[in-house]
Design a protein around this ligand. Structure first.
Ligand SMILES: Nc1ncnc2c1ncn2[C@@H]1O[C@H](COP(=O)(O)OP(=O)(O)OP(=O)(O)O)[C@@H](O)[C@H]1O
Ligand SMILES: [Mg+2]
Length: 313
């Protein structure tokens, strides 16, 4: 079973502590989201887990093996995409990835196929023999994601894998990550996109100021830390009379409060799950007030995140 563990892991830069006594044990084939605000220590942690930087104290272990003391052994089945490594501009994806496959120990007779498959998976087949120097940021990122697939790693570290991609690119990379969650593979990925984490990950680890705040399954984190009330935003084609909001809408079943954000937008807080949310939409549409949009104001994970991060500011 693949495992990633940090034991009292710390990184100090002078008097500043970037990662502070981090104890985290992730075990098994699963995808774990690594969340935290800018500067929380995510990249620093991932770098210590891949021996890109050395801990000030504590240990980073992969499958029980100390990453710094026994780098080769510890990282044999690991691939990582941290701060989108630059690919030599003069190389083509085929050349760059073949080199990486070789370094990862992919047998020479399998290299060609693995490289082509990985490039196809990120939909860059047409570009496989073009020089990387001409690629956009998103195209380079896709090639980097492809490189993380080489050598069939059992542990994959991804640092904001969809950063810099267009919406379609993001959803493609997300699908790739989902397909990576195959048997016996552990994925640990940092992200600022909470909907992405909800969509892709089984568990969440949150850090702030270098300290672990929570590590639990996604349902547990949202159940424990998000509120009981859910909020929807309603967009209207024309302005609405305040009375309808405060009297009629506020009195609909399940509604806790209703307010105007501006003339054409409402915020409605309700208690209950998707069934209530569905009925509420029906009720509001039936009021014939010109509803043109209806969406959840924030995800449960977002709510939990904001609560936890605010509590540790
Ligand atoms: N080489 C360095 N020297 C000094 N301070 C550093 C160094 N590298 C990182 N830091 C500091 O450590 C803290 C954690 O940085 P880190 O890059 O790990 O954050 P992060 O969680 O990845 O943030 P982001 O979400 O913005 O990527 C930051 O305050 C950063 O300024
Ligand atoms: Mg970072």
């Amino acid at each position: 079973m693949p495992s990633v563990e940090t034991v009292n892991l710390s990184k100090r830069y002078g008097s500043f502590t970037a990662v502070s006594d981090l104890n985290l044990k992730i075990e098994g084939a699963k995808c774990v989201g690594f969340l935290g605000p800018n500067g929380a220590g995510k990249t620093t942690t991932l770098k210590m887990l891949t021996d890109l930087i050395i801990p000030s104290s504590g240990e980073a272990l992969i499958n029980g093996v100390n990453v710094h003391a026994q780098k080769k052994k510890a990282l044999a089945s690991v691939s990582a995409l941290i701060e989108a490594p630059e690919i030599y501009a003069s190389l083509t994806p085929r050349e760059a990835l073949t080199m990486i496959a070789e370094i990862r120990g992919v047998p020479s007779e399998e290299r060609k196929k693995q490289v082509e498959d990985a490039v196809a998976e990120v939909r860059m087949e047409e570009w496989i023999d073009k020089r990387v120097g001409k690629f956009s940021k998103g195209m380079k990122q896709r090639i980097c994601v492809a490189s993380a697939l080489l050598g069939n790693p059992t542990i994959v570290f991804l640092d904001e894998p969809t950063m810099g991609l267009d919406p379609r690119g993001m959803s493609e990379v997300r699908e790739i990550i989902k397909s990576l969650r195959g048997k016996d593979r552990l994925i640990f990925m940092s992200s600022h996109i909470l909907s992405e984490v909800s969509d892709v990950c089984d568990e969440v680890a949150m850090i702030n100021h270098g300290k672990l705040i929570v590590y639990d399954t996604l349902p547990n984190v949202t159940a424990k830390f998000s509120g009981v009330n859910n909020v929807v935003e309603v967009g209207l084609a024309h302005s609405i009379d305040s009375k309808i909001v405060t009297q009629t809408i506020a009195a609909l079943p399940g509604v806790v409060s209703a307010e105007k954000v501006d003339d054409k937008n409402l915020k409605i807080s309700f208690s209950g799950g998707l069934d209530v949310q569905e009925r509420l939409l029906n009720d509001i549409v039936n009021l014939n007030i010109g509803v043109i949009s209806y969406k959840a104001a924030s995800s449960e994970l977002e709510e939990a995140y904001l609560k936890l991060i605010t509590a540790t500011l």
